[in-house]
Design a protein around this ligand. Structure first.
Ligand code: ZN
Length: 418
């Protein structure tokens, strides 16, 4: 099931890796099945997370075969809640960083359905996307966004230069955490980035993962969990350095970093402040079992909420009608951590492509019938990376005395303060 067993830190090559967190038998959340028996036989993998004692990079050395992840990949950035508006904001931040200079060539790595590249004026900027999911890349091409298929690395750098020249803007949003070979990834960036170019990445921020106990972020697709100090040291090996970064309030907390050729600009004060916070935070990363204890505390809290709600509506725990909301790819981690979800009635999801299928590793059918949300005693949000907007929407539409709306990680419910 698993391949490769990288013994060294993905960023600094140190072999001093210490266990950070483990979860066993997590199903691959994109393998929706036509029947419960097929679903229970779908692929699963252990998730083992380590922290490097030298550079403090948090990582999962075991990698699931890319074919298993990307061939069935269903996420489309244009579809995700609030994502287009967020990409527009990012474009504005980039334009500010580039002091209004319009890039003549833009490469977006992990370009998905081309939503970000479609924001550029084709008359002024040559654009090119690279994406590992072949079907989604094909759709982007049909929409007129030139996209090449494959995992990004050195091998693709010369193709990029042939097609659009050396890009003065390279972006990688929400892909940086997925890459097994980050050395090859950044080597590829450094081979084609123009002399005045900027590389901009956005990824989930490790400080938020730990602060908010975001356990479902540790699943087979996320192999690296980033913070800026470790990354800046890593970039310096390629002649690059972080020039600016800011914290973004999306998907439970992300960080956006701006990278240029070394010594081209001093670091901004907001980046320096983030790095100072990280220096203090790094010490806690080596504290054994810390994250596991926080996960256990959250699970206890969820159990207490379920009990209290059953009492409040005069039902026994086993009579509760539970409905999952959002068949997200990492919901399989939540289902693994909260066993009562296995006895849920179904999972509600509006995505027509998976309607009628069964969630991997479960007997839970996926439906877009709004009535199931109406009749549920408890709605548990499984699309946790969009926790706040989803929970707000669920409370507005379905909330009330008799219905518990609960987001497990980070813990939010409609009756208690977070
Ligand atoms: Zn390291």
């Amino acid at each position: 099931m698993q391949m490769g067993n990288q013994k060294r830190c993905r960023l600094c090559r140190s072999s001093a890796l210490r266990t950070f967190y483990n979860i066993s038998d997590v199903y691959l959340g994109d393998h929706f099945a036509a029947s419960p028996s097929e679903s229970l036989n779908s692929p699963c993998a252990d998730v083992s997370v380590f922290v490097c004692e030298r550079c403090f990079h948090v990582q999962q050395p075991d990698v699931v075969k890319p074919d298993l992840v990307w061939k069935k990949y269903t996420y489309r950035s244009g579809m995700a809640l609030g994502m287009k508006a967020h990409l527009q904001d990012l474009k504005q931040s980039i334009s500010k960083f580039m002091q209004g200079v319009v890039p003549s060539a833009v490469l977006d790595i992990g370009s998905n359905d081309g939503t970000f590249l479609s924001l550029f004026d084709a008359q002024r900027s040559r654009v090119l996307g690279v994406d590992p999911a072949p079907q989604i890349g094909m759709q982007a091409n049909e929409r007129g966004i030139p996209t090449i298929s494959g995992l990004w690395g050195k091998a693709q750098a010369s193709a990029v230069i042939n097609l659009i020249g050396k890009p003065d803007l390279i972006t990688a949003f929400n892909v940086f955490g997925h890459m097994e070979d980050l050395e090859d990834f950044i080597a590829g960036v450094s081979m084609c980035l123009g002399p005045e170019g900027v590389f901009v990445f956005e990824c989930q921020y490790l400080l938020d993962v730990i602060d908010k106990t975001l356990a479902p972020t540790f699943f087979h697709e996320h192999v690296s969990h980033h913070h800026l100090l470790a990354l800046d040291n890593f970039f310096s090996r390629f002649g690059l350095e972080l020039a600016d970064a800011f914290h973004a309030d999306i998907q439970n907390g992300a960080v956006v970093g701006f990278v240029r050729w070394r010594a081209s600009l001093p670091k901004t004060s907001r980046l320096t402040r983030l790095i100072e916070i990280e220096r203090v935070f790094q010490e806690t990363l080596l504290e054994e079992g810390l994250f596991e204890r926080n996960v256990a505390r959250t699970i206890e809290k969820i159990e207490r909420s379920l009990e209290a709600h059953a009492r409040a509506i005069g039902k026994t725990r086993s009579d509760l009608v539970i409905v999952g909301f959002g068949a997200s790819r990492s919901a399989s981690v939540i289902m693994r951590l909260i066993p009562i979800l296995g006895k849920a009635y179904c999972i509600f999801d509006e995505n027509q492509r998976i309607n009628g299928f069964f969630y991997p590793g479960s007997r839970l059918r996926i439906t877009d019938d709004l009535k199931v949300l109406d009749s549920a005693d408890i709605i548990i949000n499984l699309a946790w990376s969009h926790a706040e907007p989803i929970v707000e929407r669920l409370i507005e539409q379905f909330g009330g005395e008799r219905k518990l709306i609960l987001n497990p990680f980070p813990y939010i419910d409609n009756f208690c303060e977070v």
